[in-house]
Design a protein around this ligand. Structure first.
Ligand code: FES
Ligand SMILES: [Fe+2]
Length: 347
């Protein structure tokens, strides 16, 4: 005889299911700026289809990628500046999600209706950010990002982005786990050094916490920070040997964005504290020598994560080095619980 699942189990499953699609009330980078040119672009993020396009002056629009006529993807259509025209029968929808024209018939009652969802969108640091609300009438929160991005005088960056075939929580776990650097990336240009054992501790910060090795810093991937300041971000630094030029350690600010439950778009800003001519030297050096080395490291992460079973997280034996990721999982679970409750209240 099988036992019916308890209602507690159902609630837990619902929360996990919600979390697997991505937390809301947050800004997410959804594409690199260079990915959206003059043609509309269709993307899937947090399980939702979005159409992105630029107006004549470069201003971005983001709306639901669904034609209100019969559901064709608007991103397959034409960019008319402040609106898109559907490829299928020409219905035009503007950046507010309002139908502006139904060219195939006169006096359509559809004209003037706001029947396509619009998303708040902004562009910063080479990426397009979209706000995903928990409830329909929610206003977007402020977006603040780490100083390594906002202080463009002192820091220079390259944005790299890739799609990994795994749930985004695996990508977050991976960055919240500094100890993997010494093993998975032991043959890399920047993570070959240091102890292969460590005691790790958590330290609270204003917007999250730091998870770090005790007794070793500035040698390898020795610490990582999680922060929530309108977007969920992870930050770390890895020391660079002198032969990699001026600027001290190499910084990474990373974000993992769910496309859907099984695919993640990762964004990593690769940053160095360099200005003036030193920045030019570094940019040249990065493009010619370092970039491929970094892609090689990222490829190691991708292979490990994509080959893990989708339910790997249900069969773990965590140890002390996993305290950081376990803590973040609890934080995210709590957010998911709150957001589900908000949705139920608003329904
Ligand atoms: S489905 Fe878009 S105009 Fe018909
Ligand atoms: Fe890694």
């Amino acid at each position: 005889m099988t036992t019916a699942p308890s209602s507690d189990t159902n609630v837990q499953d619902n929360i996990q299911d919600y979390l697997d699609n991505g937390l809301r009330s947050l800004w997410y980078p959804v594409a690199a700026s260079w990915e959206v040119g003059s043609n509309p672009v269709g993307i899937t993020r947090l399980g939702e289809n979005l159409a992105l396009w630029r107006d004549h002056d470069g201003t971005l629009h983001a709306i639901e990628d669904r034609c209100p006529h019969r559901g064709a993807r608007l991103s397959k259509g034409w960019n008319l500046g402040n609106r898109l025209a559907c490829w299928y029968h020409g219905v035009e929808v503007n950046g507010e999600g309002e139908v502006c024209d139904v060219p195939a018939i006169s006096n359509s009652p559809l004209v003037g209706q706001n029947c396509v969802r619009r998303y708040p969108v902004k562009e910063a640091h080479g990426a397009i950010f979209v706000y995903f609300a928990t409830t329909p009438d929610e206003q977007p929160c402020e977006l603040e990002l780490p100083e390594q991005l906002t202080d463009g005088e002192s820091y220079g960056h390259f944005l790299c982005t890739a799609t990994w075939k795994c749930n985004y929580q695996y990508a977050i776990d991976n960055v919240m786990d500094p100890m993997h650097g010494t093993y998975l990336h032991s043959d890399s240009h920047s993570m070959a050094e240091g102890d292969r054992q460590a005691e790790m501790v958590l330290e609270p910060t204003e917007s999250g916490f730091i998870f770090k090795k005790t007794g070793q810093t500035g040698v390898n991937f020795d610490w990582v920070e999680y922060g929530n300041s309108g977007a969920l971000w992870l930050r770390l630094s890895i020391p660079y040997q002198k032969r990699f030029g001026p600027g001290g350690p190499f910084w990474i600010v990373g974000m993992a964005v769910p496309e859907d439950k099984n695919n993640t778009r990762v964004f990593f800003w690769r940053i160095r504290k360099v200005s003036g001519w030193q920045r030019q030297v570094w940019r040249f050096f990065y493009r010619t020598k370092l970039e491929q080395l970094h892609w090689d490291v990222l490829e190691q992460d991708r292979i490990i994560l994509e080959d893990m079973a989708p339910d790997a997280r249900d069969h773990e034996n965590l140890y002390q080095h996993d305290v950081g990721l376990a803590r973040l999982r609890r934080v995210m679970l709590k957010m998911a619980k709150q957001q589900l409750a908000q949705r139920q209240q608003a329904a």
